[in-house]
Design a protein around this ligand. Structure first.
Ligand SMILES: *[C@@H]1O[C@H](CO)[C@@H](O)[C@H](O)[C@H]1NC(C)=O
Length: 406
C-alpha cells in the first residue's frame, strides 16, 4: 500500500512537472535575448538594466527600466512556440513604477511566433495584453485583452492596479475550462468565465423580434375608483376677487381703465380632486419580452486556446519614465507561478520597502537640517544687519554731535 502510494506520488511528480515556456530575470546580458523595436525611430526610448533607486536585492531586482521621458518603448523576446490547448496558461511579471508614474503603460503583450520584432509597434497584432495601465487619476486599471478572431476584446470588469512606487506581481491565469484568474501580489483580485467577462460571442439569447405586447395587455396595477365621485364642494376656484376691496374714490375709469378688485386665495378652495385608487381587476403584470435563442450565436468551448504562442513584448508609451519590469514567466502551472512569485517578489518586497523608507527618512532629515542651517544663516544675517543699523545710527548721532559742537 505504502509502496503504491509512493509510486503514484512519483508518477505524479513526473507528470505534473510544470512546463516553463519562458522565464527572464534580466541580467546585464538581457540584450542577447531581447530585440529592440525601431518602429518609432528617434521617439523610441531605451530600456536599461537597473534595480532602481531602491530595491530588496541589488542583483536579483535588476530588471529593465524605461529611461527617457515621453518616449515609446518596444522590446520583445521570442521562445519556442507552443499551444495552450488543454492546458493552463500563466503569464506573470513584476512591475515597479518607482518614478511615481503619472501616465504610462505597465503591461506586456503575448504574440504569435511570426512577430516582426524590430518593427513591433502599437498596431502589431497580439494574442493577449495583460498588466497595469495608469493615466492621471482617472485610469488606474489592469488590462486583460484577448484577441479573438482578429478583434481585441477588453475585459468588461474593472480591475484596479497598484499605483504606488513599489514592485508588484501581476499574474494572469487562463484555464482550458474557459475560466480565468487575475492575481496581484499572489492574491486573487478577479476571476470568472471568459464568455461572461469579454464579448467573445454574441449573446446566447435575444428578445424575440416577432413578439409584441398585446394591445389589451393591462400593465396598470391600480386604477381610479369608478365609484368615487367628485364632491359638490370641490369645484371652487383657487383665487377669488377680494370681497373687501373697494374701488378708490379718485379712480378715473377714463384715465385708469376699468377698476378690477385684487385677487386673493380662496379660503374654500380644496385643491385638485383626485379619485381614490383601487387595485386594477384586469392587471396582468408587467409584460416580459420573450427571448429566443440567438441565431447568430455559436458556442465555442475553446475561447482560451491559442495555437501559436511564440513571443512576449513590452510595447508602451510613457510620459514619466522609470518603470522596471522583471521576473517574467510564462508557464502552464498556476502553483509554480505562485512559488516563483514567492521566490522573487516575495523575497525582495520587504527589504525594498525598508530601503525606500530609510531613504525617505534620510532625505527628510537632510531637508530639515538644510532648513535649519538656512534659518540660522538668515538669523545671523538679520543680527548683522541690525548691528550695522545700530552702528549707522550711532555714527549718525556722533556726526550730529560733532556738528553741534562746531
Ligand atoms: C507563497 O507564499 C504564501 C505566503 O507566504 C504562502 O501562503 C503560499 O503557500 C506560498 N505558495 C507557494 C506555492 O509556495
Amino acid at each position: 500500500m505504502k509502496a503504491a502510494i509512493l509510486i503514484i506520488a512519483l508518477f505524479g511528480a513526473v507528470f505534473c512537472k510544470e512546463k516553463i515556456y519562458f522565464k527572464e530575470e534580466f541580467g546585464d546580458d538581457f540584450a542577447d535575448r531581447w530585440v529592440e523595436s525601431t518602429a518609432k525611430g528617434a521617439e523610441q526610448g531605451k530600456f536599461v538594466s537597473s534595480a532602481g533607486k531602491f530595491y530588496g536585492d541589488a542583483e536579483k531586482d535588476k530588471g529593465i527600466q524605461t529611461s527617457q521621458d515621453a518616449r515609446f518603448y518596444g522590446l520583445s523576446a521570442k521562445f519556442d512556440k507552443f499551444s495552450n490547448e488543454g492546458k493552463t496558461l500563466v503569464i506573470q511579471f513584476t512591475v515597479k513604477h518607482e518614478q511615481n508614474i503619472d501616465c504610462g503603460g505597465g503591461y506586456a503583450k503575448i504574440f504569435s511566433s511570426d512577430l516582426e520584432q524590430t518593427n513591433m509597434h502599437g498596431d502589431s497584432p497580439y494574442l493577449i495584453m495583460f498588466g497595469p495601465d495608469i493615466c492621471g487619476p482617472g485610469t488606474k486599471k489592469v488590462h486583460v485583452i484577448f484577441n479573438y478572431k482578429g478583434k481585441n476584446l477588453l475585459i468588461k470588469k474593472d480591475i484596479r492596479c497598484k499605483d504606488d512606487v513599489y514592485t508588484h506581481l501581476y499574474t494572469l491565469i487562463v484555464k482550458p475550462d474557459n475560466t480565468y484568474i487575475v492575481k496581484i501580489d499572489n492574491e486573487k483580485v478577479e476571476s470568472g468565465e471568459l464568455e461572461a467577462d469579454w464579448d467573445f460571442l454574441p449573446p446566447k439569447k435575444i428578445k424575440d423580434p416577432e413578439a409584441k405586447k398585446p394591445e389589451d395587455w393591462d400593465e396598470r396595477e391600480n386604477i381610479d375608483d369608478p365609484e368615487d365621485k367628485k364632491p359638490e364642494d370641490y369645484d371652487k376656484p383657487e383665487h377669488i376677487a377680494d370681497p373687501d376691496a373697494k374701488k378708490p374714490d379718485d379712480w378715473d375709469d377714463e384715465m385708469d381703465g376699468e377698476w378690477e378688485p385684487p385677487m386673493i386665495d380662496n379660503p374654500e378652495y380644496k385643491g385638485e380632486w383626485k379619485p381614490k385608487q383601487i387595485p386594477n381587476p384586469d392587471y396582468k403584470g408587467k409584460w416580459v419580452h420573450p427571448e429566443i435563442d440567438n441565431p447568430e450565436y455559436t458556442a465555442d468551448d475553446e475561447l482560451y486556446k491559442y495555437t501559436d504562442i511564440g513571443a512576449i513584448g513590452f510595447d508602451l508609451w510613457q510620459v514619466k519614465s522609470g518603470t522596471i519590469f522583471d521576473n517574467v514567466l510564462i508557464t502552464d502551472s498556476e502553483s509554480y507561478a505562485e512559488e516563483y512569485g514567492n521566490e522573487t517578489w516575495g523575497q525582495t518586497k520587504e527589504p525594498e520597502k525598508k530601503m525606500k523608507e530609510k531613504q525617505d527618512e534620510e532625505e527628510s532629515k537632510k531637508r530639515e537640517e538644510e532648513e535649519k542651517k538656512q534659518k540660522e544663516e538668515d538669523d545671523a544675517k538679520k543680527d548683522d544687519d541690525e548691528e550695522e543699523e545700530d552702528k549707522e545710527e550711532e555714527e549718525d548721532k556722533e556726526e550730529k554731535e560733532d556738528h553741534d559742537e562746531l
